[in-house]
Design a protein around this ligand. Structure first.
Ligand code: BES
Ligand code: MN
Ligand code: MN
Length: 459
């Protein structure tokens, strides 16, 4: 891969220009106002794939946002690596909290990124990480060092649950046939501490509505005599955890694996400073399920969190109102064998049982996803490990990721191959938040590392 590495060093500026151009397109999948931008981003990705030397590049329409495909078949007897990623991004809100505009990529230095980082929505999640693969494959094709076949599938609905991607995969099994799926959409522990994510949590996401009287009421005239849906909702939510912060939904933990002492000890060996963690978040104390460490709470334990709550009067000043309804969005992160459909059903039943007769409760399920655990004794894990070891010159640590990538479990099930989660972001890159950024070090390190994965895996 000597020629490939040389090509990469010579094209660093161009690679960065490509990233900035893609980051200027506000491809927010959740908001229909950005529908055309999402389409434009798909077109831009397709163009980059063509420019990298991929064949059969196609923008596949779906009932939602398009899926971009491209491939380069060197020899059909050689293995095939399928690269998956997403070009859609989270909404930029709250826009006011951004120091520079979210869709005007700006390079700035930070404590964790002394060489500079590009600030923009989608920089780390996932445009920067997708482009690392495009550039790495471009370099291997240009130098005739691509050692096996490669397919790209870059979607536009990851941030909204990958609903149409599942249908696409099932309908195009043959086209997507591969030996491994390689994804960069996760984090490493630090720029001097490389790691590979070996687990992702699943997700069940619901919206709840608690309705009391048929209209908003005067909180003096009726207050005290009619159930206040916000008071009731708050009380219902409070009952979803017990005093040890365990989730109280009956059966919730039935399919959660209890890790053996040795496994937990191994997990907790990963470098982690609680002091730094607290300092970074400006909290005095961490919080969570009793009996578990922070690493365990985000890696191997499920959660239930209110993501948003509203109702009544939230404008300027005071308005004395007893609201007719209250709402909340609730996410549950799932682990081991927890099934999102079952959890949603169990939640709905239990949540409704917590309500007094004075209110009506409605639960609307949103997207979900299965948890996934990837093996570390596989050829593909070892290839990723060796590739990272080569560029970072450090041992690589397996790590459980707290986030979710809903399609991963489906890849394993439908394409019947292992997935490797070789991401290069940092947790401090604040994906989904204002001032998301991606380190230039991480972008280039990813581009340099990916060819070594191919070399290791395909030899
Ligand atoms: N790339 C993230 C997931 C991620 C980030 C995993 C960091 C591990 C470490 C992905 O784009 C994401 O945000 N997924 C969503 C799920 C989706 C259904 C909205 C999530 O985890 O909230
Ligand atoms: Mn992502
Ligand atoms: Mn995301």
């Amino acid at each position: 891969m000597i020629k490939t590495q040389k090509y990469i060093q010579e094209n660093k500026d161009l690679f960065l220009d490509d990233l900035k151009a893609l980051l200027r397109i506000p491809s927010v999948s959740a908001d229909p106002t950005f529908k055309k931008d999402v389409k434009d981003a798909a077109k831009a990705v397709a163009k980059l794939l063509k420019g990298a030397g991929l064949k059969k590049v196609k923008i596949n329409k779906t009932k939602g946002h398009p899926i971009v495909y491209g491939e380069r078949i060197v020899d059909k007897n050689l293995p095939t690596v399928l690269i998956y990623g997403h070009y859609d991004v989270q909404p930029a809100d709250p826009i006011d909290l951004w120091d520079t505009p979210p869709f005007e990529p700006t390079i700035k230095k930070t404590k964790n990124h002394p060489q500079g980082a590009v600030f923009a929505r989608g920089a780390a999640d996932d445009k920067g990480q997708v482009l690392m693969h495009v550039q790495a494959v471009k370099a291997m094709i240009a130098t005739k060092e691509l050692p096996c076949n490669v397919k790209f599938m870059i979607e536009g609905e990851e941030e909204v649950g990958s609903i149409h991607l599942g249908i696409f995969c099932k309908a195009n099994r043959k086209q997507l046939a591969c030996d491994v799926v390689l994804i960069s959409d996760t984090s490493i522990i630090g720029n001097k501490t490389p790691s590979i994510t070996v687990g992702l949590r699943g997700l069940s996401y619901v919206e709840v509505e608690v309705v009391g009287p048929n209209r908003d009421l005067h909180s003096g005239v009726y207050g005290g005599a009619v159930a206040n849906p916000i008071n009731i909702l708050a009380k219902m939510i409070a009952q979803l955890h017990d005093k040890n912060n365990k989730i109280t939904i009956p059966g919730f933990y039935d399919d959660v694996k209890n890790y053996a002492k040795a496994e937990r000890a191994a997990l907790n060996k990963a470098p982690f400073s609680e002091t730094k963690y607290k300092k970074d978040l400006q909290i005095k104390e961490v919080f969570g399920e009793k009996g578990y460490t922070t690493i365990e709470r985000t890696g191997i334990r499920p959660t239930l969190d209110v993501n948003g709550i509203w109702g009544g009067y939230i404008g300027e000043g005071a308005k004395t109102v007893l609201p007719s309804a209250a709402f909340a969005k609730i996410s549950m992160r799932l682990v081991s064998n927890q099934d999102p459909a079952k959890i949603t059903k169990d939640f709905t039943k239990y949540f409704k049982s917590l309500a007094p007769k004075s209110v009506k409760v409605k639960v609307t399920p949103h997207h979900g996803g299965h948890p996934a655990v990837t093996p570390i004794d596989s050829k593909e894990y070892r290839a990723a490990e060796a590739a990272m070891k080569k560029t970072f010159k450090k041992d690589v640590i397996p790590q459980m990721g707290g986030g979710s990538i809903p399609i991963v479990a489906l890849f394993e099930q439908v394409l019947k191959v292992n997935v490797v989660l070789m991401g290069f972001g940092l947790d401090s890159d604040v994906i989904h938040s204002p001032n998301e950024h991606y380190g230039l070090f991480n972008y280039y390190r990813g581009i340099e590392t990916i060819p070594y994965f191919f070399e290791q895996y395909c030899s």
